[in-house]
Design a protein around this ligand. Structure first.
Ligand SMILES: [Zn+2]
Length: 64
């Protein structure tokens, strides 16, 4: 199970496991390996936003 300490910065992408995560905002990151946005909610749920081929529709996947 993917785990994250709320006080620590996420270091691995929950989608691809890559380490090239860049911080977008306080609770969101962008993976440069698989080009997804990772968002962490107040409840510490992890969502991954995956853009479709046309870049319009974004799939939102809850990781936990
Ligand atoms: Zn990734």
């Amino acid at each position: 199970m993917y785990q994250i300490n709320q006080k620590e910065m996420m270091s691995n992408c929950p989608n691809c496991g890559g380490i090239n995560l860049g911080r977008l905002h306080k609770k969101s990151y962008f993976c440069r390996d698989c080009y997804v946005e990772v968002a962490i909610t107040r409840k510490n749920d992890i969502y991954v936003h995956i853009p479709s081929e046309d870049g319009v529709i974004t799939r939102k996947i809850k990781f936990r």
